[in-house]
Structure formats: structure tokens, C-alpha cells
Design a protein. Structure first.
Length: 56
């Protein structure tokens, strides 16, 4: 029986940097979105004169 050598695909360095850039941008945008939503929800809650007892 002859075995064939396994061939692993190689990534060049530019693809690795592009993947890192995309992951970092996604993480940053997610963090930014959560921060904005938390501030907006708090402001809207105060605009409608919510109390701590009314929050479920």
C-alpha cells in the first residue's frame, strides 16, 4: 500500500493580517454597539419617567 503525503494549505502572511483586521473590527464594533445601546436605553428610560420599581 502506498500512502499519499498529506498536503496542508498554507496561508500567506497577508491573509493572516486581513483575518486579524476583520476580527478586531468586529470586536470593536460589537463593543461600541453595546455601549451605545446601554446609554440610549438609560436615557429613554428617564425620558419616560421610569422608576426603579417599574423595571422588571
Amino acid at each position: 500500500m502506498m500512502s499519499t503525503p498529506s498536503v496542508t494549505p498554507r496561508m500567506d502572511s497577508s491573509n493572516k493580517w486581513m483575518v486579524l483586521l476583520i476580527v478586531n473590527m468586529g470586536t470593536f464594533m460589537s463593543t461600541l454597539d453595546v455601549g451605545i445601546v446601554n446609554v440610549c436605553l438609560w436615557n429613554e428610560w428617564r425620558n419616560f419617567k421610569g422608576t426603579h420599581r417599574r423595571v422588571p
